[in-house]
Ligand binder design. Structure first.
Ligand SMILES: Cc1cc2nc3c(=O)[nH]c(=O)nc-3n(C[C@H](O)[C@H](O)[C@H](O)COP(=O)(O)OP(=O)(O)OC[C@H]3O[C@@H](n4cnc5c(N)ncnc54)[C@H](O)[C@@H]3O)c2cc1C
Length: 261
């Protein structure tokens, strides 16, 4: 089955400022064996490969293009607790206790990111502090209500409302009527972070094959993952190919949507 990775790699600041070199990642050749075959070299695949290798599994990671080719190498690089949807919606759907558990899980993800950067000395310009800027008076009310709610119901207090000179210290403009500063949020260089995870995975024993688009997954015990150049027979397969899956996993077709190139 053909994989849908036909996009060119776009030029970017991130790509121009790569600070992490990987050991050679030649394309997959011949028939190989591994405990786990990971498909996709973004943060999901590289982190999964790293953590599995640290637990003693032999891991081979197959990347269709090059590590960080996908969203991981060109995202905004913003790190924030929370979900894409606001916490009030989560609470409404699942109740307060579950929403609190999800919120705590998202904070744990932020701490995990920070821990990985530190443990593997990843040069990704990690910096802490995030401003939710209000553009309209309505945003002022909403952000202040969010701050109150999070302190009251989630014991999440590392936030401060800034306006006037206090805000001007952070951003060189008077255009915003105010902003919510969040101490647990931050920013990193996403491509260097992804490459840093891949380098850590290599050091932990993972074999990474770039230019190795998976064409077929033959399910079974073990499974067989095939590219044009070779195959990996593995007890477990981790599919971490994001929205570039094509028809590789038919059950997921129709559940992902490419928003833009
Ligand atoms: C424009 C943009 C801005 C974003 N900003 C942020 C942000 O500021 N903060 C944030 O937290 N998140 C942000 N995100 C989301 C975040 O980037 C993604 O959630 C995350 O990078 C997904 O990582 P991934 O490893 O799952 O997927 P990807 O990084 O997309 O990796 C998937 C990989 O799988 C490979 N692949 C696909 N098919 C195959 C195949 N058949 N065989 C082998 N390999 C294959 C691809 O080549 C790709 O390298 C942003 C996303 C976008 C698009």
């Amino acid at each position: 089955m053909a994989a849908a990775t036909t996009l060119d790699i776009p030029a970017s600041y991130y790509r121009d400022t790569v600070a992490v070199g990987l050991d050679a990642c030649p394309p997959l050749e011949g028939d190989q064996r591994a405990d786990v075959c990971v498909i996709g070299g973004g943060v999901t695949g590289c982190s999964a490969a790293l953590h599995l290798a640290e637990r003693g599994y032999s891991v081979r990671l197959l990347e269709a293009r090059e590590v960080g080719f996908g969203a991981s190498g060109r995202s905004g690089g913003q790190i924030l607790p929370g979900l894409g949807t606001d916490i009030a919606t989560v609470e409404h759907a699942l109740g307060r206790e579950r929403a609190r558990a999800i919120w705590e899980m998202s904070r744990e993800a932020v701490r995990l990111t920070a821990g990985l950067v530190e443990r593997h000395a990843i040069p990704c310009d990690l910096a802490w502090g995030f401003l939710h800027a209000a553009v309209k008076p309505r945003h002022v009310r909403e952000l202040q209500a969010f701050q109150e709610r999070m302190a009251r119901d989630y014991e999440y207090t590392d936030m401060a409302w800034l306006e006037g000179p206090a805000l001007r210290e952070r951003v060189v403009t008077d255009i915003y009527p105010g902003a919510l500063y969040e101490g647990e949020g931050g920013h990193l260089h996403p491509l260097n972070y992804t490459l840093g995870l891949a380098r850590a995975a290599q050091r932990a024993g993972v074999t990474i094959c770039e230019e190795s688009a998976v064409q077929t997954i033959r399910r079974g015990q073990p499974a067989r993952v095939e590219t044009d150049g070779g195959s990996v027979t593995a007890d477990f397969v981790v599919v971490a190919a994001n929205a570039y899956l094509g028809g590789l996993v038919p059950e997921l077709e129709g559940r992902t949507m490419r928003a833009a190139n």
